[in-house]
Design a protein around this ligand. Structure first.
Ligand SMILES: NC(=O)c1ccc[n+]([C@@H]2O[C@H](COP(=O)([O-])OP(=O)(O)OC[C@H]3O[C@@H](n4cnc5c(N)ncnc54)[C@H](OP(=O)(O)O)[C@@H]3O)[C@@H](O)[C@H]2O)c1
Length: 295
């Protein structure tokens, strides 16, 4: 079987390409330079030129803080582009897996967010992604939205890479400790998406509606940083002496982040048998890769 991958040059896109072979899936990889998903003409040309069994959309505007002022550009990709991709998939009768985010929630909760929980984004990025979800699900009955959170992997930029760099630059690193979520290794998410696609195309299950997939266990950014720095210390001799917890108020950002964005991933497990991966395994793997690159 073969899938069309949009956003193939991104963090998740590159892990999808790396893992597809293990699922016996061929990939038509289409990056931003080949196709702007905000352009109907460009999308039409791509969909007309490939013969595939399904589509994964990993393309997105992901600069969360920049989106606050670059609203139009974020909407064009995350809302309009997502809708256009769904439209093409619907016209061709192709299953679509569209990736979304925990930032669609307001973060006021204290129990894991269910897939059918009420969305209430607090940032432009979150709002444009939520609008994209609606267009995708409203435009194609064969579409699924997979929300994930705190992605990190080999092909960043991401939080893990920033922490590894700072470990060699600073003696003290300050990290927010009052935001809770679930780090997700992009290689684990790639496996989840490929498994969903494989089962959907084979008719063993049907990906429709909203699913959550993130790593386990839940952590604060500070706890995530401690794990990363611990691994750096185990393998190398960084400069950092201390990772100091700070509050959100002490680290203001243009875009508001949810205080709590743990996702309940039970639906993907119930319907596809896909279990949450332990993100600490990803930390071990990606930190080792990063340190090799530094040497
Ligand atoms: N990163 C996270 O922490 C996180 C958390 C939750 C959910 N997600 C979601 O997970 C998905 C994958 O994220 P990621 O971390 O892999 O992001 P990423 O590394 O930024 O990858 C996104 C890709 O989309 C491309 N793109 C941007 N605008 C486009 C357009 N108009 N047409 C076609 N391609 C375009 C980007 O290309 P350029 O670089 O050339 O612009 C990039 O290659 C996204 O849907 C994101 O919203 C991410």
């Amino acid at each position: 079987m073969k899938l069309l991958l949009l956003g193939s040059g991104g963090q998740l896109g590159q892990d999808l390409i790396a893992s597809a072979g293990r699922y016996g899936i061929g990939v038509e990889a289409v990056g931003h330079a080949q196709c702007d998903i905000g352009s109907k003409d460009q999308l039409c040309a791509v969909f007309d030129s490939v013969s595939v069994d399904g589509v994964i959309n990993a393309a997105a505007y992901t600069k969360v803080d920049q989106a606050e002022t670059d609203t139009e550009a974020a909407s064009r990709v995350n809302r309009d582009g997502a809708g256009l991709v769904a439209e093409q998939c619907s016209a061709k009768g192709l299953p679509l897996l569209h990736v979304s985010t925990d930032y669609v929630f307001d973060g006021e909760g204290s129990n894991p967010y269910a897939h059918d929980g009420i969305v209430c984004p607090r940032s432009v990025y979150g709002r444009t992604k939520a609008e994209g979800e609606q267009l995708v699900l409203g435009g194609h009955s064969g579409a699924a939205v997979i929300r994930t959170s705190w992605l990190f992997g080999e092909h960043g930029p991401n939080f893990l890479k920033t922490m590894v760099r700072l470990a060699f630059e600073r003696e003290i690193i300050q990290v927010v400790s009052d935001q809770l979520g679930c780090p997700t290794w992009s290689a684990h998410l790639a496996d989840a998406l490929l498994s969903m696609m494989q089962k959907t195309v084979a008719g063993e299950a049907s990906a429709q509606g909203i699913y959550h997939y993130c790593g386990a266990p839940q952590a604060s950014w500070h706890e995530f940083a401690l794990d990363i720095i611990g691994e750096v210390r185990r393998l190398s001799h960084p400069k950092v002496r201390e990772v100091v917890p700070i509050s959100t108020e002490e680290y203001p950002t243009p875009a508001e982040r949810p205080r709590y964005s743990v996702l309940d991933c039970s639906r993907i497990e119930d319907e596809f048998g896909i279990q949450q991966g332990d993100w600490r395994l990803g930390v071990k793997t990606v930190v080792a890769q990063e340190l090799r690159k530094r040497n």
